[in-house]
Design a protein around this ligand. Structure first.
Ligand code: ASN
Length: 332
């Protein structure tokens, strides 16, 4: 089996410096040594080292597009793909890849590590060999993320720990598989419509805002002036926004009336946003706010960037935010 590895940066390939961790390890050489004597022939593995290698806290939609372009450029020469990525924004990248690669037809597994490969207690070997095992399994489809002994759908996962080796979770769906002898496979990704011939990712002016008890209408209005291209509000529970705080809901309604899409998600890690369930959110429903259902923040944000990059607005944007493109959303 031919495998292409795209190494984009992240702690996995970092070394210590006086300023802190930065890229510098020989990841390609390390990988060849890891594979020596295994069922994967190192000669069958192609490798792209991104230039520059980044700490994934620096990732932008342009960076997601570079990864997508590299995978597409190697499509004919490989049967499966592994992306080595920093963990900080790995779940954003995996979601972003999932929307753009619905027609790819070959498995893509994203992974990285909490510790650099050069420290004795590193999780790098376990994660990279796990991702490679998923790649050759014949069971992984679409874009997935392997981390801490679990394989997840790439657009269902979130980083919930900055230090634990099992640092990712898929709060609404659980994992697709976990390691062991043999691996246990639980569920298949949710079927979805796909997106033929997507346009490239372009950075969008999206404001992502957390509500907190005590936020005033003046503060919210100030944070949204000038109006962004879209607003993603991290509200409470099933998508509740306070309706008794004078003028607060009005700020959101005015935005919508002036043509800015407003998407309501939840601060709950495991969320099912149901706008209108409580009377508190009914003014927003009437104004046309869009709920995120059970999407993670990462899946909802990257989907919004994806749809705006496709040039969608108004009712089309609303329709596609509520329609699974790559299994990112459950329809109940
Ligand atoms: N800051 C690192 C990154 O996201 C964290 C990691 O990879 N563990 O690139």
């Amino acid at each position: 089996m031919r495998i292409h590895v795209a190494y984009t940066g992240g702690t996995i390939g970092m070394i210590h410096s006086p300023e802190g961790l930065l890229p510098g390890a020989d990841v390609q050489g390390w990988l060849s040594n890891v594979l020596e004597g295994t069922q994967i022939d190192p000669e069958q593995v192609s490798f792209t080292t991104f230039d520059p290698l980044i700490d994934s806290s620096n990732a932008t939609p342009a960076h997601w597009q570079l990864i997508i372009d590299d995978l597409i450029a190697h499509w004919e020469k490989a049967d499966a793909f592994v992306v080595l990525h920093g963990t900080d924004t790995m779940s954003y990248a995996a979601s972003a890849l999932s929307y753009a690669l619905t027609g790819f037809g070959k498995p893509v597994i994203v992974t990285g590590s909490q510790h650099p490969l050069g420290v004795v207690e590193s999780d790098a070997i376990a994660n990279v060999t796990g991702a490679l095992n998923a790649a050759i399994s014949g069971k992984a489809t679409g874009v997935t993320l392997f981390f801490g002994h679990h394989l997840f759908a790439g657009n269902r996962v979130t980083k919930f720990s900055s230090w634990a080796f099992e640092g990712f979770t898929a709060p609404s769906t659980g994992p697709l598989a976990r390691t062991g002898t043999p691996w246990h496979w639980y569920a298949s990704p949710i079927p979805a419509t796909g997106w033929p011939n997507p346009k490239p990712y372009v950075r969008q002016d999206i404001a992502v805002l957390d509500l907190v008890p005590g936020i005033s209408a003046e503060r919210l209005r100030a944070m949204l002036d000038p109006a962004p291209s879209a607003v993603l509000v991290r509200a409470y529970g099933v998508g509740n926004v306070p309706d008794e705080e004078p003028g607060l809901a009005r700020v959101v309604i005015d935005l919508i009336n002036n043509g800015t899409p407003v998407i309501i998600s939840s601060q709950c890690l495991q969320a099912e946003v149901i706008l209108g369930r409580y009377a508190a959110s009914s003014p927003l429903v009437k104004a046309g706010a869009i709920g995120t259902g059970d999407m993670t923040l990462e899946a909802a944000y990257t989907k919004l960037v994806f749809l705006l990059s496709q040039g969608l607005q108004g009712d089309e944007l609303r329709h596609w935010m509520a329609t699974p493109i790559a299994g990112e959303l459950s329809l109940h």
